[in-house]
Design a protein around this ligand. Structure first.
Ligand SMILES: [Fe+2]
Length: 403
């Protein structure tokens, strides 16, 4: 089937049928070809080709919005070996790990709160408190990354200003670890991430907390948080210049359309490029006064679409693998019609996590929710994500009640 799609939705494995553009302005020699390299994808962006026709009979189809075909759609980001086989049952005691992570998250949240309040009050923060907080998170990332990354979005703290800084720090650490950073390098990245939005504390509260869309002049004031934050951070003794890069560049965009400097591609530091991806992911998945956050799968699809234009594509792919296809707390429908919450991932096969069954086939809540290990049940599979609102379910409360 021939489909016209936005170039932003292209991915490797698709078959390009044709591009509506005269051949002189077309960077490709062949009219029809399969997408096999990032370089080819990049050309669509470089030559500002906005739409393209693909043939889904000869190559992959577009990633669909959350739907029964989601499993297939997200397959591009699943390592091939994960698709095969049923793996061994992870130990049940792992479920108890959430308590340890909850405590760490709470302590880190309180530290972030204290630090950011000091900024608001015009005090100079103590760099040692920043490094102590990050040190504990670095240890946890090496000890049990999945719990920290997964549970960071399930904690019941509703002050976005502080949770955002902490979540950005946690996600940055996970990417840094995947890039093979040493603990020392990770600590620098994490410190930069934790303080990246200090400048927001210098923005008037009526602008910072305004429910709804900002006016042009308010948005201009909001954007100043980068420059004001960097000026503040530079005054803190003991903060490394590399950490300052995170604050300085987290709103730069791969295409050069970000702010404040409009830096492009690799002229943005690796720290800045990492922070840009996770800053947006956390923002669009967070509940705010005026809107509900996207479910993780949909947010990852958006981030994937925005790669090249907004984000470094290599870091985007890495981040999708880290967060996983079905992150902890995701609500999913199974092939038998039951609905449950993902409570533990499966490093061998991310399509077969452990699930807390909450609703039966008829959609009625189970009196006693039970754990189902998909790794041990080959007759069932996940069909698709379910929006929590459709079942009037509060994921954070459900998590805290049963786990
Ligand atoms: Fe920011």
């Amino acid at each position: 089937m021939i489909k016209k799609i936005p170039s932003a939705s292209l991915r490797l494995g698709m078959f390009v049928d044709h591009i509506d553009r005269e051949w002189l302005k077309n960077p490709f020699l062949k009219k029809q070809f399969k997408l096999v390299s990032d370089n080819q994808l990049k050309k669509f962006f470089d030559y500002q080709i906005e739409e393209v026709y693909i043939d889904t009979a000869k190559g992959l189809d577009v990633i669909q919005p959350v739907s029964p075909s989601e499993e297939k759609a997200t397959a591009a980001s699943i390592p091939r070996e994960e698709k095969a086989g049923i793996e061994a049952d992870p130990p049940a005691e792992n479920l108890g790990r959430s308590k340890k992570v909850e405590k760490l998250y709470k302590n880190s949240y309180q530290a972030t709160h204290r630090l950011m309040n000091d900024v608001r009050l015009g005090k100079l923060v103590d760099a040692k408190e920043v490094s102590r907080t990050v040190e504990n998170l670095v240890e946890q990332i090496f000890d049990d990354q999945e719990a920290l990354v997964g549970l960071s979005k399930l904690q019941d703290y509703d002050d976005y200003t502080y949770t955002h800084s902490l979540n950005v720090c946690i996600f940055c650490l996970a990417i840094g670890k995947a890039l093979g950073y040493s603990k020392e390098r990770l600590a620098v990245l994490g410190e930069g991430a934790l303080i990246h939005d200090f400048g927001k504390m210098l923005v008037p509260l009526e602008v910072l907390n305004k429910p709804g869309k900002l006016t042009d002049s308010e948005f201009k004031i909001m954007k100043e948080h980068v420059i004001r934050g960097v000026a503040y951070i530079k005054e803190i003794p003991g903060i490394s210049p590399d950490a300052i890069q995170v604050a300085k560049e987290h709103h730069e965009r791969f295409s050069g359309k970000g702010y404040p400097l409009g830096l492009k591609e690799n002229s943005i530091s690796e720290f800045g490029r990492i922070a840009a991806v996770v800053d947006v992911y956390d923002a669009i998945t967070s509940d705010r006064v005026y809107h509900r956050g996207m479910i993780p799968t949909r947010a990852l699809q958006k981030i994937y679409e925005w790669r090249y234009h907004d984000f470094d594509p290599v870091l985007v792919e890495m981040f999708i693998k880290i967060v996983g296809i079905y992150p902890l707390g995701s609500l999913v429908m199974l092939s038998d019609g039951c609905v449950g919450m993902v409570v533990e991932g499966n490093i061998h096969n991310s399509l077969r996590p452990r699930i807390l069954l909450l609703f039966d086939k008829g959609g009625d809540p189970l009196a006693e929710p039970e754990i189902l290990n998909l790794a041990q049940n080959s007759s069932l599979k996940i069909l698709h994500n379910v929006e929590p609102e459709t079942l009037e379910l509060d994921l954070k409360k459900t998590w805290n009640k049963y786990l």
